[in-house]
Design a protein around this ligand. Structure first.
Ligand SMILES: Nc1nc2c(ncn2[C@@H]2O[C@H](COP(=O)(O)OP(=O)(O)O)[C@@H](O)[C@H]2O)c(=O)[nH]1
Ligand SMILES: [Mg+2]
Length: 410
């Protein structure tokens, strides 16, 4: 990401304070505008994405109680009269086992390079452990200011908080210790002020309206993944990826139901059960053996060729969303229709079964929840079609990882 800082903090004027005579007040100096990058790092579940969404006042990063929810670094741009903070939300710090995890950690290293300030978030309800040592190890050589944010003060015991602060204080130097509650917003204003105080004077890097560097396509894939994470347990979440195959905006208006989607199920749920049935029966590779041979389902092919992505792409930057009032009935009817098809990749046939659930109940709920959220964002009637596909060892496939990451840009 380009770093375009344009200045250093201004020095105080020479001789200031030596003149004792009262002066006629001059025009106050133009307040200095401060801009820079702030990396949010910490163990999985510390609350990095929750904090970012809170500061931006809108959801740009998905959150969950499962580790490794955030897989790529996402920029969150906060513009205020004082300056512009470009937050870099990162995957949680962990020892990488798969290619996927190695990439995740490489994003964190890149963010540490770019950052002007590093915010290390810790979940203050947890005891200090190996994961925390690992986090400190990662930043041990940095000379950048590091803030320690002790999160979840809404549910933490005070003694625990003080013990943690002592522990960290003994281990390295921190520019600030700030107890916060990312969910409630407690002390987030203090954090913001201290960040601005420590950022260099510089011009804006992004426009006032820009809020993130990710495409809407990527956000939609992430929203679907968030709904999956909320509904499944244990190991499965790490082995799930979502790819948006197609976004079709040329489907007329909500009043006029598009071709082939008159079915009640599609209208009401945004998910066609027929598709599940069709998938179950028609995709023999879906139930392929775990040794993995044969044609790969869907658009992902592990051939090393360039992969073309069908569908319409949306602008590169997400825009700030204003306060919304509820739509009138006429406005709802006049909404454009957007058709979205997404593939959910899992690594094993039994994972596919779990995501689909009994008689498709699970996937249907995932579809409904994701569709509602996407409809809000697009202010459109959305038809969301989900297909669950088995893609063996996708976490170690460079092609799949490129494809999934590529969505962020297009
Ligand atoms: N009680 C409480 N829960 C929080 C707070 N911040 C985050 N969480 C929860 O902690 C979990 C992990 O949050 P997330 O932002 O996804 O963590 P990340 O992995 O660091 O990005 C989610 O279930 C959040 O709702 C907080 O301030 N208080
Ligand atoms: Mg996160």
């Amino acid at each position: 990401m380009p770093k375009q800082k344009t200045g250093k903090p201004g020095k105080p004027t020479a001789g200031a304070g030596t003149d004792r005579k009262p002066r006629t007040p001059k025009k106050p100096p133009k307040p200095s505008f401060r801009t820079g990058y702030v990396a949010l790092i910490g163990r999985p579940n510390a609350g990095k994405s929750t904090l970012l969404n809170k500061i931006l006042g809108q959801k740009i990063a998905i959150t969950s109680d499962k580790p490794q929810t955030t897989r790529l670094s996402i920029l969150g741009i906060h513009t205020a009269p004082k300056g512009q903070i470009v937050f870099i939300d990162n995957p949680g710090l962990h020892k990488p086992l798969h290619k996927l995890n190695k990439r995740m950690m490489s994003f964190v290293y890149a963010a540490l390079e770019t950052a002007d300030i590093i915010c290390l978030l810790v979940d203050a309800t947890q005891k200090f452990g190996h994961g925390d040592e690992f986090a400190l190890e990662m930043i041990k050589d940095t000379r950048k200011p590091v803030f320690l944010l002790l999160n979840k003060t809404d549910i933490v015991r005070k003694e625990n908080l003080l013990l943690l602060i002592d522990r960290y204080r003994a281990l390295r130097e921190f520019k600030e210790f700030i107890p916060i509650s990312a969910i409630k917003g407690t002390n987030v204003d203090v954090l913001e002020r201290l960040l601005f105080d420590n950022l260099p004077q510089a011009e804006k890097l992004y426009g006032d309206e820009d809020v993130s560097d990710q495409s809407e396509r990527f956000l939609f894939a992430e929203i679907i993944r968030e709904k999956i994470l909320a509904r499944v347990e244990a190991e499965l979440p790490w082995a799930t990826a979502v790819y948006i195959d197609r976004i079709d905006r040329n489907r007329g208006q909500a009043g006029a139901v598009p071709d082939g989607s008159e079915s009640e199920g599609m209208e009401d749920d945004g998910f066609s059960e027929d598709d599940t049935e069709l998938e179950e029966g028609e995709q023999p590779s879906d139930s392929s053996s775990e040794t993995g041979s044969g044609e790969e389902p869907g658009p992902v092919r592990d051939t090393g060729r360039e992969i073309t992505v069908p569908g319409v792409t949306i602008g590169p930057n997400m825009q700030r969303r204003g306060e919304k009032r509820p739509m009138t009935r006429e406005e709802r009817r006049a909404r454009p229709v957007v058709y979205i098809r997404a593939s959910i990749f899992v690594e094993r046939p039994n994972h596919r079964k779990i995501i689909i659930g009994r008689q498709g109940k699970n996937i249907k709920e995932i579809g409904i929840e994701a569709r509602r959220e996407i409809e809000e964002i697009l202010e459109a009637k959305v038809f969301l079609e989900l297909q669950v596909k088995v893609r063996l060892r996708w976490r170690d496939s460079a092609d799949v990882l490129d494809l999934i990451e590529g969505q962020k840009e297009t």
